[in-house]
Design a protein around this ligand. Structure first.
Ligand code: ADP
Length: 490
């Protein structure tokens, strides 16, 4: 007798960025890869995001008009949003056009800042996304929303979209990728944007008199996840709760942690076309070519034995760039080379640029976002520090491990959950960890890594173990699958 297969669910991701179309950080990696892993489990996936014209053109992904447009009134204006579509390996992307809102130089604001009309931009996005989902031929089972930009969706669905039969019964999962960015706006936007104000109180989405989009998401979603187990616990404390710890504790029965995975087909040193030589855990010898290529390209002294300490990151307080800045002169003095790729805080950018100008043969700083260079760095470097003050999951360390670059991380959030510390168990280590948010703790941990680097056989063991770590979405996608199904059965 044929096996009775459980039918797949109709899952709609509503998200502000997704690789390969538009990316500022780890959220795009997740939104670009988790849907594929869920599709592999038999579900139907649609990803709805804004049509960022410039970014999407740069990505080179062909996108076609969907011959459909959605009309809504918002902020006293009638707006018509044409839809565009593309199919990436069986996942349908639906892109919402509105040039004056999304065709800008950056996704969220100039040099790490925020556009003043961000609430208009993302309320419009969420409303059109709901209308577009309602037009699907099949009822939606799950809306999966991400971060503050889509925090209003569960509440709008509950109060304003119940007349659409295709979405009225959908359940909402809300994932917090970073609690530090909550989307806080003046209350005057409430009436301008027609946001229902029933729950605009401290028990709802009011935050010291302001609108808080992340609070709205936590409040109205059927389930809230965050991107690692440790971070799910940390955000219930005053140290990591960003002033929402009390609120989160109130809702902790609907909060859980599911660690992020990686698109291991895309982030794969065996096939990556951007690196000088391909290599694997079985034969990592090509990594030496990648290192030589990186040194040559960045104008660093070409020496196979000089350790390269590298970081690819947003330059923000969260990432512990101040710790890095305090440690770099010491590492350079010790004879290491240092490479940093990132942008963000102008002060950090300035300091890093000054250091690299002082030590052109030993240090290289690239200000900006550069995916190709990022790949060359992951492949060519030896040690990858992530001294984050907090880190919901972190993808940098997962990518570094996959490319055999050994992470040195602060033991917090997802860094704690994904990197096995050498000090805890040498035979299972995939990296090094430290606890104190202090430059000396970082220096000490990198010092331990450099010690092992000096013993090639021992270093190769850590490096290949890191490369073999399973960072795929397999286990985590299964957990989302179980979560969605359990929500629909209640
Ligand atoms: P976050 O999402 O907090 O910025 P994550 O570690 O979760 O940090 O994800 C960062 C992602 O963005 C990784 O894929 C990393 O390689 C990428 N990234 C960060 N900064 C840059 C940059 N300047 N150029 C290219 N890629 C970058």
């Amino acid at each position: 007798m044929a096996k009775n297969k459980t039918p797949g669910l109709n899952i709609v991701f509503v998200v502000s960025e997704a690789s390969p179309l538009a990316k500022t950080g780890g959220l795009a990696d997740v939104a670009g890869s988790l849907p594929h892993a869920l599709k592999e489990l038999g579900h139907q996936l649609t990803v709805i995001m804004p049509f960022y014209k410039h970014e999407i053109a740069k990505s080179g992904v062909p996108v076609t008009p969907a011959n459909d447009a959605i009309h809504i009134w918002i902020n006293g204006t009638s707006r018509q949003a044409p839809l565009h579509t593309t199919d990436i390996e069986g996942v349908r992307f639906l892109l919402i056009e509105q040039d004056d809102l999304y065709s800008r130089d950056s996704l969220y604001g100039a040099s790490g800042g925020a556009y003043e009309d961000n609430l208009l931009r993302y309320t419009f996005f969420v409303r059109v996304a709901l209308e577009a989902a309602a037009r699907q031929s099949r009822p939606v089972d799950i809306f999966h929303c991400h971060d503050w930009q889509t925090g209003l969706l569960p509440m709008l669905l509950k109060y304003q979209y119940q007349h659409y039969a295709n979405i009225a019964h959908a359940k909402c999962v809300y994932t917090i990728h970073n609690l530090a960015y909550q989307g806080v706006f003046q209350p005057s936007w409430l009436s301008l944007l027609g946001i229902p104000s029933h729950d605009f109180n401290t028990g709802g989405f009011e935050y010291y008199g302001q609108i808080n989009c992340m609070k709205a998401g936590i409040f109205a979603a059927d389930h809230v996840t965050t991107v690692s187990n440790t971070y799910a616990k940390e955000i219930l404390t005053a140290e990591y709760g960003c002033h929402l710890e009390g609120f989160l504790n109130h809702y902790k029965t609907k909060l859980s942690g599911i660690v992020n995975g990686l698109d291991t087909a895309d982030w794969n040193p065996e096939t990556d076309p951007h690196i000088a030589a391909n290599y694997s855990a079985k034969d990592p010898s090509g990594k030496a070519n990648c290192k030589a290529d990186l040194q040559k390209e960045l104008g660093l002294k070409q020496d196979a034995n000089t350790p390269i300490i590298a970081m690819v990151s947003r330059l923000a307080e969260q990432k512990g760039v101040d710790l890095l800045l305090a440690a770099i002169p010491w590492w350079l003095h010790q004879g290491c080379q240092v490479v940093v790729l990132g942008s963000g805080d102008p002060h950090d950018e300035h300091q890093l640029a000054a250091l690299s100008q002082h030590h052109p043969k030993k240090m290289y700083f690239y200000k900006g976002f550069n995916e190709t260079l990022a790949r060359k760095i992951y492949a060519g470097a030896d040690i990858f520090p992530m001294p984050s003050r907090f880190e919901p999951c972190g993808l940098g360390q997962l990518i570094a491990m996959r490319y055999g670059t050994v992470p040195v991380v602060r033991a917090t959030g997802g860094l704690k959950d994904t990197v096995a510390d050498y000090a805890a168990a040498k035979t299972s280590a995939t990296g090094f960890a430290f606890v104190e948010t202090h430059p000396d703790a970082l220096k000490h941990a990198v010092g331990s890594a450099l010690n092992v680097y000096g013993k090639p056989a021992a270093w190769k063991r850590i490096l290949t173990r890191a490369m073999r770590r399973d960072s795929s979405w397999k286990a985590s996608a299964k957990q989302y699958d179980e979560l969605y199904r359990s929500m629909l059965s209640t």
